[in-house]
Design a protein around this ligand. Structure first.
Ligand code: SF4
Length: 444
């Protein structure tokens, strides 16, 4: 039986882009004009950084028990609070418990459940595959460059919660900002690796790099002869589209690098991160129009999250709506096995079924590939390409022949989604090991 609830998808819903003064529903911003709300400086200045601000801005709109729940969440979450007014005002404050945007950016204590016994703060082993600070080199022809660890929002589901966004009550982090000397070491390493053609500039978020830093990084990477493709990763378009529309210096720097890339016959693209159709409004469409008109390609990488987008209607709407804005849906990731995220994780089966449901609803080139980024550093694998799946106990076994030949990788479904008997089995460490050994035996 399908784990996906198929209900009626309204065919043209993806063409509706919200364009009302929705922020005026927030008591603290009821007199903010459209012009002010459109300004990237206003958005940054008024971003929510503390729980007390949530209470102040919402006033009587925030029920006492929800405020207490948010306070409790701060004691558990590995992420600090940073939310743009754009996203904050899109939250349905009459039902914050169930709101997909609140869930992603403002955790409540009541939502957390115990981490899986095999979670890891660096689930993808990025640090292990790091030859120089700020760089992960795992795939033969591709590397991940993390020039900063700050972002314009902090997402509760962040896979790099171990370093992103500063220490919290539950975790000490070595967050870092721009460091030109370390960036130069990265460029020096890349020069010695002629196989590398593709660089993802992530973090952290490219939105937080200054125009000067974008130019510095872009020019240095593009002048390395074997580097053919650069991807600037930013969640910005999804949570702060105003920056694209009003920060001409920042967007000018991105356009400059794109132009330089074209002159060298190289690609400079943006990868963004819409995870819920609720993040999308007319502002998103206007920002995308500006990017599209400049000739820059944008692709989307969503994270599959329970209660946010693990319903076929939401995933189809998201896929169609980003496609309509000229954003190419690229990946949907199964959630990584990182701390403080067990409530967000889905089973592998949900990922497989969702991919089946989404495929065929629009053109193939506009359909995302659902992947599992293998714990332990096996890289991204299509959700249906597992070697073995013990669905009863939530254990899947995978291979990554080109990334780590001969190795086996395991991904685990969240225990609370398994049968009561399986949940019992996971309580005992010796039984856990026996179940995993048994699954590995099937493919070895
Ligand atoms: S924007 Fe990306 S790196 Fe930053 S907190 Fe969100 S998921 Fe993590």
């Amino acid at each position: 039986m399908s784990v996906i609830d198929h209900s009626k998808i309204r065919e043209l819903e993806h063409r509706n882009f919200r364009n009302d003064d929705f922020w005026k529903e927030i008591p603290g911003w009821s007199s903010v004009t459209r012009g002010e709300f459109a300004d990237h400086k206003w958005q940054m200045k008024n971003s929510i950084r503390k729980v007390e601000q949530v209470e102040k801005i919402l006033g009587p709109k925030l029920a006492k028990e929800h405020y207490q729940d948010i306070l409790a969440g701060q004691k558990i979450t590995p992420m600090n609070i940073r939310i743009t007014p754009y996203i904050f005002a899109l939250i349905d404050w009459s039902d914050p418990l169930n709101d997909p945007l609140r869930k992603q950016f403002l955790p409540m204590g009541s939502q957390f459940i115990k981490d899986h016994p095999y979670y890891k703060s660096d689930s993808l082993s990025e640090d292990e595959d790091s030859p120089v600070p700020m760089l992960t080199h795992r795939y033969p022809d591709k590397a991940l460059f993390l020039p900063t660890t700050i972002c314009p929002v902090y997402c509760s589901y962040c896979t790099r919660s171990r370093i992103i966004g500063g220490s919290t009550e539950s975790i000490e982090k070595e967050t870092y900002g721009a460091n030109q000397k370390k960036w130069d070491d990265v460029f020096a390493y890349l020069q010695t690796k002629p196989m590398i053609e593709d660089i993802v500039i992530s973090g952290g978020d490219a939105y937080m790099l200054t125009p000067k830093q974008i130019l510095y990084i872009g020019q240095n990477l593009l002048k390395i002869p074997h580097i053919r493709r650069i991807r600037l990763a930013t969640k910005g378009i999804a949570i702060f589209p105003q920056k694209i529309l009003t920060d001409d210096d920042w967007f000018g720097a991105v356009k400059e690098i794109h132009k330089l890339g074209k002159a060298f016959g190289k690609q400079v693209v943006i990868h963004t991160h819409f995870s819920s159709p609720r993040e999308i409004t007319k502002w998103s469409q206007m920002a995308m129009d500006r990017i599209f008109q400049s000739g820059i390609i944008v692709r989307n990488q969503a994270v599959l999250q329970s209660g946010v987008n693990n319903h076929v209607d939401e995933m189809v709407l998201l896929t169609r709506q980003v496609g309509f804005m000229n954003v190419q849906p690229y990946y949907v990731y199964l959630h990584d096995m990182v701390p403080g995220c067990e409530h967000f994780r889905t089973t592998l089966r949900e990922g497989v079924e969702l991919e089946k449901a989404v495929r065929g609803t629009t053109a193939g080139f506009n359909t995302p590939t659902f992947v599992c980024d293998l714990p332990g550093g096996g890289g991204k694998r299509h959700v249906a390409s597992y070697e073995y799946y013990d669905e009863e106990n939530g254990i899947s076994v995978w291979k990554a022949p080109h990334v780590k030949p001969g190795e086996f990788f395991t991904y685990f479904d969240p225990i609370h989604k398994l049968s009561p008997d399986a949940q019992e089995r996971w309580k005992d460490a010796a039984t856990q090991k026996a179940m995993i050994d048994e699954a590995l035996k099937k493919v070895k």
